[in-house]
Design a protein around this ligand. Structure first.
Ligand code: C2G
Length: 136
């Protein structure tokens, strides 16, 4: 059951999409009526110190295909969040708990509600890559 017309926003790289990502996105979507996802561009991933297996275009296409996702935007800079919240009329910014307390999300609570959801333990894109490289 989607709650009213609240507009929810979240951000991420979403490389090698796995259940941790999907469970975050589904829980975020359930908190509102629409879910907008900022997918990190390849250039922004360099800034984040991440190297994604899939290109931005592929990751955006995969995330956009999810039933719980209504719109995908590009995440190009750490500091675009306040503008995104205003421009997209966001009510709720939802992230996994590993982002709670991050300076990148400070000062946004005056613009919209911030929700940090528990991460799904035991899975990460990094662990998937490590397992594959070890032939696990
Ligand atoms: N996540 C999760 N459980 C996991 C793995 C990821 O709940 N096992 C969540 C993360 O907390 C994040 C989202 O899924 O909210 C996307 O994770 P990543 O693709 O790793 O994104 P990240 O590098 O955290 O980028 O500006 C914010 C950044 O772009 C977030």
């Amino acid at each position: 059951m989607r709650e009213g017309k609240r507009r929810v926003l979240t951000y991420g790289t979403f490389d090698l999409l796995h259940v941790g990502h999907v469970r975050l996105l589904e829980r975020a979507a359930a908190l509102g009526g629409e879910l907008i996802v900022g997918v990190s561009t390849d250039d922004f991933n360099v800034i984040k110190g991440k190297r994604a297996q899939y290109s931005y275009g592929e990751r955006a296409e995969i995330v956009a295909a999810l039933r719980c996702v209504d719109e995908v935007i590009a995440e190009e800079r750490w500091d675009q969040k306040a503008d995104d919240i205003r421009r997209l009329n966001i009510d709720l910014l939802v992230m996994g708990s590993d982002w709670e307390g991050s300076a990148h999300f400070a000062d946004l609570d005056g613009l919209c509600e911030l929700v940090f959801l528990p991460r799904t333990e035991g899975i990460s894109t990094t662990s998937i890559k490590d397992d594959l490289s070890k032939g696990a």
